[in-house]
Design a protein. Structure first.
Ligand code: PLP
Length: 375
């Protein structure tokens, strides 16, 4: 008799989503093709308008990826050599890249021990006369405590920037993120909750001057063709990416709701003292880009999950301040203990809208049988 082998459940699987909307996406691609609108143009503009509406901001500027968004935002704020920008140690390293590209120095601050987001109580000790901005990250899709960080930014006359790369549609105190700081940076990398068919990113803002400046910077420093007012970049969004994003934007709220449903089940039904979940403050409406947990013996836990055909991931195994790329800044182990603990103990469980109820059941049941679980 054949024993049935359970299908492997990966941390993320993009196939289901793309099968669902393949026809619509291909029709949109055809329109881009017929219009030869491959770089910027009407399909990008349509997305920019739709995304600004979605975020409740006046402007959205489409770019080639989220890292470029962070770079251009630094430039638009006039940040450069000799300046410092405070960045959480627990984030994807690209949050810091924009600061480094501008010539400024990222200054890493620890996260809290429970929400795992930027720790507002540790910000003031990082502020120096060179500090110009704080970048808060809505990591894993959960808004950071914006009011607490904004208060400190205001007190010290610093710019506040949101890195919302993982948080399209997340809400802080019932308001969609993207309009809280001077500007907010988004990634539309394919694996994000709103991901393009290709690489893409963008910035939202309520400030017209910033929006205009970003439009110029992304386009070789030019708003009028062949007239270059400053050194610029080729950071434009592609037409195919813009068209795919407009289609997916229509589905985003439904997909986010399904992720929330799955998260609710994990939160209510995973009962294993060996597995710790992220605290969800009542003001944070996360869109669960990732569902990260911690466990003491990570290697053993991952081996166990793999043996049960569950394939988790790590976000992220090395905190920014201990990355080799930033060794010259002189950080050492112990400087950001909460971020270091997370890096060593985090595990990302399967999380995407197309996970079936049976798959969610299986993840929960497997985790509840892990170790000497007594609940
Ligand atoms: C928190 C964060 N910031 C920035 C980025 C950079 O975005 P991209 O990969 O589109 O350049 C990402 C995505 O990878 C991210 O997760």
């Amino acid at each position: 008799m054949k024993t049935e082998v359970a299908k492997k459940i990966n941390c993320l699987d993009l196939k289901g989503q793309h099968q669902q909307i393949k026809k619509e996406i291909f029709e949109a691609f055809e329109k881009v093709y017929e219009n030869t609108a491959f770089s910027g143009g009407p399909f990008v503009e349509e997305f920019e308008k739709g995304f600004a509406d979605f975020c409740g901001t006046k402007y959205a500027v489409g770019l080639n990826n989220g890292t470029s968004a962070l770079h251009l935002v630094m430039l638009a704020l006039g940040i450069g050599e000799g300046d410092e920008v405070i960045v959480p140690a627990n984030t994807f390293v690209a949050t810091a890249w924009g600061v480094s590209y501008s010539g400024a120095t990222p200054v890493f601050v620890d996260c809290t021990s429970d929400t795992w987001q930027i720790d507002a109580t540790k910000l003031e000790q990082k502020i120096t006369p060179k500090t110009k901005a704080i970048i808060g990250v809505h990591l894993y899709g959960q808004p950071f405590d914006i009011n607490a960080v904004a208060e400190i930014a205001k007190k010290h006359k610093l710019f506040l920037v949101e890195d919302a790369a993982q948080a399209q549609g997340a809400k802080y105190k019932n308001t969609v993120v993207g309009g809280f700081g001077e500007m907010a940076c988004f990634s539309f990398y394919p694996g994000k909750n709103l991901g393009a068919c290709g690489e893409a990113g963008g910035v939202t803002t309520n400030n017209e001057a910033y929006a205009k400046h970003l439009q110029s910077l992304r386009n070789h420093g030019s708003l009028v063709r062949y007239y270059h007012d400053e050194i610029g970049y080729n950071y434009r969004m592609g037409g195919l990416e813009g068209a795919s994003l407009s289609i997916k934007l229509k589905y985003l709220s439904g997909w986010n709701d399904r992720r929330k449903q799955i998260a609710k089940r994990y939160q209510g039904e995973i009962k294993n003292s060996a597995v710790k979940l992220q605290l969800q403050p009542e003001w944070a409406d996360s869109i669960y880009h990732l569902f990260v947990v911690t466990t003491e013996n990570r290697e053993e836990f991952i081996k166990y999950l793999n043996e049960n055909n569950i394939n988790p991931a790590l976000h992220y195994p090395v905190p920014c301040h201990l990355q080799k790329a930033y060794a010259h800044l002189g950080y050492k182990k112990g400087d950001c203990p909460n971020a270091e603990y997370l890096a060593e103990h985090c595990v990302s469980l399967p999380m995407y809208a197309e996970l079936t109820d049976e798959e969610v059941n299986r993840v929960i049941a497997v985790i509840n049988k892990y170790g000497n679980n007594k609940g």
